[in-house]
Design a protein around this ligand. Structure first.
Ligand code: NAD
Length: 360
């Protein structure tokens, strides 16, 4: 089949890592009889340089016309790049917020996987790590505290600031459904994380999740308070399959989960809406410090492409082929500089892409 893939190469290492992901996709296409047609879309600093704004209406239209969007990363060095002299709404990151909103990408999926070959990079003890872990954080992305009403006022000469955390049941239901759907494609366990002992929004969250769970009798689910979840992630990360949570808790927990894997260059992500459409990108940034040196790790972007095949195109076998190629390349001892360890062979960004293609 033919698939239309919008491609946001972005800034910094973005073009290098996206190039490798496209090479791997093309190898998958050749093996399984698919064609991926790429449309380049400008966003972030690359768009500012050409159009003066981080995202144009034409770019949004091109993204909407695609079956899915694959992205590298946007942004530059926030202290030295001229992009950060611009007002906040014209800086590179504003493009990302705008595209999430324009495409209604309310569900953020971030796997945190520790491969046994990369155990040395994990800051946790061996007995905690065991054979490694493999979980997904499903974070609500367009509601809650970050999108609620806010104001700062002065009362009797004292400054006071308000942020409001609101969720309606429909917002909770649609992310919960996404979470349970993804659990069905994995190990069928959902841990719904909230602060129901204190917050009304969390009590509603819990009630709606319980309703949704009834439609998924095969999925085991539990509720966990967010403070406990933060502890459990370092105490026993192997207990988790899908962690389902609201925007701010997910923001914090997904960073914690990715740090316990110890290798940011390996972590993929997807942002999904109610259709099959999704925006797929590595969890890391544009790494301006290593841009143009051909040393970036392309694996997070390659694994994001695998997520695109699995979630937007329903191509599970093809996604498995990419994920297995990553495992093989690690087992064969090849590493980019960020995950290098003694006895392994260090390779650059493009060589890593070639090695992955050979293993598809
Ligand atoms: P970063 O993730 O870009 O880099 C942090 C460190 O990790 C750096 O030392 C970098 O060299 C290293 N690193 C990151 N990805 C790597 C890879 N694939 N291979 C090897 N090493 C890698 O975070 P930062 O430095 O805080 O941010 C840099 C820019 O990226 C900023 O402009 C920031 O706003 C932007 N950013 C964009 C996104 C996004 O596009 N979604 C996300 C986060 C940060």
């Amino acid at each position: 089949m033919n698939y239309k893939v919008g491609v946001i190469s972005g800034d910094g290492i973005g073009p290098e890592i996206v190039n490798e992901a496209k090479k791997v996709l093309d190898s998958v296409g050749a093996k399984f009889g698919h064609k991926f047609e790429y449309t380049e879309i400008l966003m972030g600093g690359a768009s500012i340089d050409v159009h003066g704004v981080p995202l144009t209406d034409e770019a949004i239209a091109a993204a909407k016309a695609s079956d899915a969007v694959l992205m590298g990363s946007i942004g530059g060095d926030t202290t030295t790049s001229p992009w950060y002299q611009l007002p906040p709404n014209l800086r590179p990151e504003a493009g990302l917020l705008s595209i999430r909103k324009a495409l209604n990408l309310f569900a953020n999926v971030r796997p945190a996987v520790l491969y046994k070959e990369l155990k040395d990079a994990c800051p946790l003890k061996d007995e905690v790590i065991g054979d490694g872990f493999d979980m997904v954080i499903m974070r609500e992305l367009t509601g809650g505290l970050y999108f609620g009403e806010r104001k700062t006022i002065e009362e009797n000469g004292v400054m006071k600031a308000y942020d409001s955390l609101a969720y309606d049941e429909n917002e909770i239901r649609r992310i919960a459904i996404r979470g349970f759907d993804i659990a069905m494609k994995r190990n069928k366990k959902v841990t719904s994380v909230d602060k129901a002992n204190v917050l009304d929004s969390s009590r509603l969250w819990r009630k709606v999740v319980e309703e949704v769970a009834k439609d998924y009798p095969e999925v085991t689910y539990e509720h966990m308070l967010v403070d406990n979840c933060a502890m459990q992630l370092v105490k026993n990360p192997r207990q988790f399959d899908v962690i389902l949570t609201e925007n701010m808790f997910g923001d914090i927990l997904s960073d914690e989960a990715s740090m316990v894997t110890g290798s940011i260059g390996m972590l993929s992500s997807a942002s999904l809406n109610e259709t099959k459409f999704g925006l797929y990108e590595p969890s890391h940034g544009s790494a301006p410090d290593i841009a143009g040196k051909n040393i970036a790790n392309p694996i997070a972007t390659v694994l994001s492409a695998a997520m695109m095949l699995r979630y937007s195109f329903d191509l599970s076998k093809e996604a498995d082929a990419i994920e297995n190629a990553v495992k093989k390349v690690l087992a064969d001892g090849y590493r980019t500089i960020d995950i290098m360890s003694e006895g392994c062979t260090q390779v650059g960004c493009d060589k890593m892409g070639d090695l992955l293609c050979e293993r598809i």
